[in-house]
Every structure is written in structure tokens, then in C-alpha cells.
Design a binder for this molecule. Structure first.
Ligand SMILES: [Zn+2]
Length: 80
């Protein structure tokens, strides 16, 4: 009878682990938009380098890789 209890315990643990793996596996594809936003790349309007959106500097409707380029581009446009 001990063997049956042992098997029951192993099956129980297996089912719990499988349920946990499934629930974590489901969570990842549930938020594709957030991952997409984090991975979104924007192009620096000054030098053309691609940087993650959350690291980019915004000036008006333009995006820049750094504060320096935002200022430099603004300066260039003001000279026109
Ligand atoms: Zn740049």
C-alpha cells in the first residue's frame, strides 16, 4: 500500500508542476503588446541610429538617440 501512496504523491507533484508550467507559459503570450513596446526601435532623426523607444529622446514629433543629437538637430533646424 505504501507504493500506491508513493505513486499517488509522484503523480500529484507531476500534475502540480505541469499546471504551474502551463500557467507561466500562458502568461508570456498574454502580453505581446507590452513586449512589443519594450522592443520597439525608433530612428534617431539626427544620425539615423536605431535606439529602443524607452531610451530615445523626444523633441516635438522627432526621436533622437541622445540629448546631444536632439539639441544638435534643433540647432540645425533653427539655422534655416
Ligand atoms: Zn543620433
Amino acid at each position: 500500500m505504501r507504493l500506491l501512496l508513493l505513486i499517488a504523491a509522484i503523480v500529484g507533484v507531476f500534475l502540480i508542476v505541469r499546471t504551474l508550467l502551463r500557467s507561466t507559459g500562458r502568461r508570456t503570450p498574454e502580453k505581446p503588446e507590452q513586449l512589443k513596446q519594450q522592443g520597439a526601435m525608433v530612428r534617431c532623426a539626427h544620425c539615423g541610429v536605431h535606439v529602443p523607444q524607452f531610451e530615445a529622446y523626444r523633441s516635438g514629433n522627432r526621436m533622437y538617440c541622445s540629448r546631444d543629437h536632439a539639441l544638435a538637430d534643433k540647432r540645425d533646424h533653427n539655422e534655416d
